[in-house]
Design a binder for this molecule. Structure first.
Ligand code: SAM
Length: 270
């Protein structure tokens, strides 16, 4: 249990960079913009923003376009990183010291934690999923994920207060040879499960197969091949085909979202 006043968690590497989380920001705005707009005083937490304020500021700027009244609070467990970010505060964007206890004045509508839990043990990652979703406002969402340093490959999970709901794979078309290349960005709760007999492994195997049989569409570009692969994959996996989670408008961005239940490692395949 946390001692009062001591942030819960551990200081880890602070690697970050401009635009690293753009793919996830875009998804948050498209998929959760409506619920953020519906909230009375929407509060978004960027947990573990790292060595610079950049990704918190980008999240704030992008969300303000679709949710004018949104407030963003960047939370860091490293006091030095809070001091570095403080000068960049502005109306609606603040930075403060804290950890998984989330020291904010009211339950957040959305918490983003990117490239944070991968530096913890798998059992801790499951535990902090529960802790963080327990802090959400009713109808809120935790977006927990991992990306490459450039942000060209990313995987994230969307959790409601009730538990994990979605998993999203997102990549620049030039950043992979086959879809399973994204496996190195799986969240901590899944990275060790990418082995035969596990659903996530079966999904990535089938995605690679769908990609291979769609090779001819590559003559019209990788985007067309991705769209064809997703149509093929949809025959055996429950890929949402309608907005906000799915459909061509999202897929053409190099993205696909699945219901978490399709790959939940706590449920074994038949
Ligand atoms: C790799 S950086 C990620 C920065 C940024 N989110 C990104 O994706 O570019 C991880 C940061 O999370 C912070 N961190 C780790 N555990 C934390 C916790 N429990 N609460 C707040 N920050 C935490 C670390 O101190 C580190 O600065």
């Amino acid at each position: 249990m946390a001692r009062p006043g001591k942030p819960v968690g551990a200081i880890t590497r602070g690697t970050t960079g401009h635009n690293r989380l753009r793919r996830c920001d875009r998804w948050i705005a498209a998929v959760h913009g409506r619920s953020l707009r519906a909230a009375e005083r929407p509060l978004v937490v960027d947990l573990g923003y790292g060595a610079s304020h950049a990704t918190s500021l980008e999240l704030f700027t992008r969300l303000r376009r679709v949710v004018p009244g949104v407030e963003v609070v960047g939370i860091e467990i490293d006091p030095a990183r809070v001091a570095v970010a403080k000068p960049y505060e502005r109306e609606g964007l603040t930075f403060r010291l804290g950890g998984f206890e989330l020291p904010v004045p009211r339950p957040p509508t959305l918490v983003r934690a990117f490239n944070v839990l991968r530096q913890y043990e798998e059992a801790e990652a499951w535990h902090y999923w529960d802790v963080l979703r327990g802090r959400l406002a009713p109808g809120g969402v935790l977006v927990e994920g991992t990306s490459s340093e450039s942000g060209r490959r990313a995987v994230w999970v969307g959790l409601s207060p009730e538990g994990p709901q979605t998993i999203t794979f997102s990549a620049r078309f030039s950043a992979f040879e086959q879809p399973s290349d994204l496996a190195d960005r799986l969240p901590k709760t899944l990275i060790h499960r990418n082995v035969p007999g596990e659903r996530i492994h079966a999904f990535l195997r089938d995605f690679d197969h769908a990609w291979a049989v769609s090779a001819a569409h590559g003559a019209h570009g990788a985007r067309q091949r991705w769209l064809a692969a997703l149509r093929a994959l949809s025959r055996s996996w429950p890929v949402p085909a309608r907005p906000p989670l799915g459909g061509p408008a999202r897929w053409r961005l190099g993205e696909v979202t699945l219901p978490w239940s399709a790959i939940d490692p706590r449920e074994k395949p038949e």
